[in-house]
Every structure is written in structure tokens, then in C-alpha cells.
Design a protein around this ligand. Structure first.
Ligand code: NOJ
Length: 540
């Protein structure tokens, strides 16, 4: 099926890759749509719901891992990189999904998990057989410290040391996440070649991009040196806090990471396949190295997906990051690893209003912004029923940051399972009211989903929003920002009081307003609190 909807790159330069101007949407596969009634999201369920994303105005979907996996980290522990887990469907379902997406003009980005495999991957099973096994060196092994303990002081993101002893061979394996996620040794040429093959295999199947999990973590210090400790780790501490007690000088963000992505770029580039890294590095200058020419095409900048409502900090962070890598960032406010943005910004109407205002600004920052499923409905985290599923919460008594709340089923309609499944979902949550569902919101023109849809439509109508050079304009205070890109301008007032912006001379008119109540006269905009406007100028 072809739709005739203009694609972002149609309105821009013809030679631009598809991700210039595109807006992505993250699908958390387990919780998006279940077509078989087993309570688990699947690929057929996604294919059946693509019409909705097309209607919303999305250009690309990123699918979280759907590969065979024992599921200790809900799919981020991959046992086979080139297959589909039966719980999510089959390769034939994947092919149909891609065909359907492409028919609608939507691109498909899959998740690549190269930092670690599952403990059940056949490479690790081999590697464990003995120190001389030809697969041994595909992983990071080290002898015990003199006291028999772990070889160094590295800690796992998910609690405890980053090392587990393999009794049979007397060495520890490294895991920056769960023990069931052994880290690969990226100095090993077989690992590099195997992943070249994985990339080619999915490119052949028609994918349009790879989201690279833990892209900042692949290379480790060759001498496995201790990380400098900056604070004491308390007993029962939240694992993310314990992780922050160290300066990750030797286990993360090693300069050689970018060599790996240059290699992948040579494979993906000729096919116009995007490399989008999860680069968990808070420093804009370091981030910019990952999205330099010939490295990754885009990187998620995660601090904006963690922040509570702190407009001044947010705007400063966004501006610095933008200026360090003007086209390289995939701007996000939510994903499957942290609380949803509407809740972080205070919940209720305020949370929805603030999130939309920031999204309007993000749409003008270049790069490739992403929404997380349900963000367009203004959802807060789901209310969990039953025990935690996320290993961060389930395995650590002191954990504050369990990730289950942002992973509850996508609410399609009213009812017990909110239209996600005909049976009890894999993760149980209190049903959402009709007003928080796709069905309820599509029927209500004032609902958040229509605001997001209008914003995406405005971006499509005014390609200057992402392709004309960006100029920051003077803004009236620290909780405000203003920018111009060719014929369009965006003014964001994230403060509590109205703010008066002065734009370059000319007549400006509203193309999108995140809330009502602002007024634009000539080149002056009187903008309501916590509101962003997209403006179109005559003669610019
Ligand atoms: C980042 C992913 O987003 C997260 O869900 C996962 O647990 C870790 N990487 C480990 O793969």
C-alpha cells in the first residue's frame, strides 16, 4: 500500500538520508499490542497498529529486542541475534511487519545489543567450557584478586560487583549489567566479524536502522584498572546511586568505541541504514564525538529523559547539547528505562502541558526526536499490581528506580486489559480510564493525542523547522528559549508567568501552540506560562 504522504526527506534535499527530519516512536515490544492472547506483545500486534502511528504522523518505529532470550532483562539478554523469540512471533511476522511499515512509508529500526549476550547464548556456553575454548576470548575473563574476590572494583548498573566467578574455570566474567548478561570482548576480532554479519543479516531483511544498546560501554580498559571511587557505597543503596559512586574512567566511554562505529558505518551507510546509539554520556563534548561524521548517525542524549521539572536546567542542557552536535541528537523525554515524562514533570494537567511544550521545542532542534509509546497520550507511569518484574527492583531491596511503571501495557481502549490483550498481560497494572486511551483520546479533539498530531503535522508542513540553520534568539528570561530557523521561529516559555518575546521584524503567525492563551502581534509574542509556540514569519 502506498500512501502518497510526503516523507521528510521529500521536502528537503533529495540526497538527505531518511532520518533527516524524521520523527521516531519507540515501541516497547512486550507491552504494545498482543495479537495472540498470551498476554505478551508481539510483532503481529504491532503490524496491526501501524495505521495509528501513521495517523499520528510518525516516520519511524524503533522496536525493542524481540530476539530469543531467557528474559532476565526483558529481552536485553539476547540468546540469538538473528531470530525472533516465539513469544513475539516469527521471522515471517517480522517480514510482514516491515512490508506493512514500508507500505505506509514508515521506517523500521531494530535494537542491537552488542555490549553483552545472554548467558544462554551459544558463544558463552562454549566460552565456559574451558580456558582454551576458541570462544573463551569473546568475553571478558579475569583471574580473582589476591583475596579471591572480583578482579577490580567495577560495579554492575543493576547492583553488586560487575564480576561473577565461574567456579569450573576459576575465573570471573565481567557484566556491567546482570550476571546473566556477560560482556563481550570488543578487542576480539571474531566478535567484530560476527556483529558485521548480524548487521548485514538484518539489512538484508529490510531494516532501516539499528538502535545500539549501551553504545558508550563496548570497549573496556585493556588493563581492567579500578575506577576512581568518589563516594562510599552504602549498604542497601539504590543500584543506580551505587553506580554513581564511581568515576567510570575505565569501564565506559573509552575513545576506541568510535572506531567500532566507523566500521559499522561502512556497512550501514551505503544502504542508508541509520546507526542510532544509546550513548549514556552526560557531557556534550564527549557526546559529539559519537555523532561525528562517519561514526553514529544519531545518539540519544539521556539526561533529558531523567530530569524532573527544572526548566532552567533543562533549557541550558538542551542548548549546550544542541550546539555541540546540532544534527546529531535524538531528543527524548521518555523511554522504557525511567519514569514517564508527564509524571516527572508533576503529573496531572501540568505534567502533560509541560511535556508538550518541551516536545514542541525539541521538534525544532534538528536531529531525530523520538516519542515513547503512550507519551502522545500524556501518560504517567502505570500503577503496578503484584510483584516487580524489573530485575533492578526485584533483585535490590533498596531500589528506587524500578522500571516497571513505564513498561505497563499501551492503553488502546477502555476495559480490564485496555485493549492490549484479551488475557492477563505479562505485567499487571491498574486499568487506565477511557480518557487515557487511544480510543478515548481520538474521540476528543482536545485530548493530548491531537496536540501531538498537530505538532507533527506542523513539522511536516514547515521543513525549515528541522533543516534551515538554527539561530538562537534573545529570550526574556532563564526559563525561556527562542530560536529561528529560516521562515519559522519557536518560542518556549517554561516559566510560571507570561513572557513577552521579541522576534525579528516582520509578521509572525501561529502554526502550533502547545496551549491556548498566547497572543502574537507583528513581531511580538505574549506567551502564556508553560507554553511553546511554533511561528511562521512572512518575508523570512
Ligand atoms: C539499556 C536498555 O535501554 C536497558 O533497558 C537495558 O537494561 C540495558 N541497556 C542493558 O542492556
Amino acid at each position: 500500500m502506498t500512501t502518497g504522504r510526503p516523507q521528510p526527506s521529500d521536502s528537503g534535499r533529495r540526497e538527505a538520508p531518511w532520518w533527516e527530519g524524521a520523527v521516531g516512536y519507540q515501541i516497547y515490544v512486550r507491552s504494545f499490542a498482543d495479537s495472540t492472547g498470551d498476554g505478551m506483545g508481539d510483532l503481529r500486534g504491532i503490524a496491526e497498529r501501524l495505521d495509528y502511528l501513521y495517523w499520528l504522523g510518525i516516520d519511524a518505529v524503533w522496536l525493542t529486542p524481540f530476539y530469543p532470550s531467557p528474559g532476565h532483562d526483558h529481552g536485553y539478554d539476547v540468546a540469538d541475534y538473528c531470530d525472533v523469540a516465539p513469544r513475539h512471533g516469527s521471522l515471517a511476522d517480522f517480514d510482514r511487519l516491515v512490508e506493512r511499515a514500508h507500505g505506509l512509508g514508515l521506517k523500521v529500526v531494530v535494537d542491537l545489543v552488542p555490549n553483552h549476550t545472554s548467558i544462554e547464548h551459544e558463544w558463552f556456553a562454549e566460552a565456559r567450557r574451558g580456558r582454551r575454548n576458541p570462544f573463551r576470548d569473546r568475553y571478558l575473563w579475569a583471574d580473582p584478586a589476591p583475596d579471591g574476590g572480583p578482579p577490580n572494583n567495577w560495579v554492575s548498573h543493576f547492583g553488586g560487583p560487575a564480576w561473577t566467578l565461574d567456579e569450573a574455570t576459576g575465573q570471573y566474567w565481567c557484566h556491567l549489567f546482570l550476571p546473566e548478561q556477560p560482556d563481550l570482548n570488543w578487542r576480539n576480532e571474531q566478535v567484530r566479524e560476527s556483529f558485521d554479519e548480524v548487521l548485514r543479516w538484518w539489512i538484508e531483511r529490510g531494516v532501516d536502522g539499528f538502535r545500539v544498546d549501551v553504545a558508550h560501554g563496548l570497549m573496556k580498559d585493556a588493563r581492567l584498572r579500578d575506577n576512581p571511587q568518589i563516594a562510599p557505597v552504602g549498604a542497601g543503596m539504590d543500584p543506580f546511586d551505587a553506580f554513581d559512586c564511581f568515576e567510570h574512567r575505565h569501564d565506559m566511554d573509552q575513545p576506541a568505541n568510535t572506531d567500532l562505529f566507523r566500521r559499522w558505518h561502512r556497512i550501514c551507510g551505503p544502504h542508508e541504514v541509520m546507526l542510532l546509539g544509546e550513548v549514556n554520556v552526560p557531557w556534550p563534548d564527549r557526546m559529539s564525538q559519537y555523532v561525528a561524521a562517519g561514526v553514529l548517525d544519531r545518539a540519544f542524549f539521556l539526561p533529558t529523559a531523567w530530569l524532573g521539572w527544572a526548566p532552567e536546567d533543562l533549557l541550558q542542557m538542551v542548548r549546550t547539547m544542541h550546539d555541540a552536535a546540532p544534527q546529531g541528537i535524538s531528543w527524548v523525554q521518555s523511554n522504557h528505562d525511567r519514569s514517564r515524562v508527564a509524571g516527572r514533570y508533576g503529573g496531572g494537567e501540568a505534567g502533560v502541558r509541560r511535556a508538550l511544550a518541551v516536545t514542541a521545542l525539541f521538534m525544532a532542534l534538528g536531529g531525530t526526536p523520538f516519542l515513547y509509546q503512550g507519551e502522545e497520550l500524556g501518560l504517567c507511569d502505570g500503577v503496578l499490581l503484584g510483584d516487580p518484574h524489573d530485575p533492578v527492583a526485584a533483585r535490590n531491596r533498596g531500589a528506587r528506580n524500578g522500571r516497571d511503571g513505564c513498561r505497563t501495557p499501551m492503553p488502546w481502549a477502555a476495559g480490564d486489559q485496555n485493549g492490549f490483550s484479551s488475557r492477563r498481560p505479562w505485567i499487571e497494572a491498574a486499568p487506565r480510564p477511557l480518557a487515557h486511551t487511544v480510543q478515548g483520546q481520538r474521540a476528543d479533539l482536545a485530548a493530548p493525542v491531537h496536540c501531538y498530531r498537530s505538532l507533527l503535522a506542523a513539522r511536516r508542513r514547515h521543513p525549515d523547522l528541522w533543516q534551515a540553520p538554527l539561530k538562537w534568539l534573545d529570550a526574556p528570561g532563564p526559563a525561556t528559549a527562542a530560536l529561528q530557523r529560516g521562515s519559522v521561529a519557536v518560542v518556549a516559555n517554561l516559566g510560571r508567568r507570561r513572557a513577552e518575546f521579541e522576534l525579528p521584524p516582520g509578521r509572525w503567525t501561529e502554526a502550533f501552540a502547545s496551549t491556548t492563551g498566547s497572543e502574537v502581534r507583528g513581531h511580538r509574542a505574549d506567551v502564556g506560562p508553560e507554553c511553546a509556540l511554533v511561528l511562521v514569519g512572512s518575508g523570512h
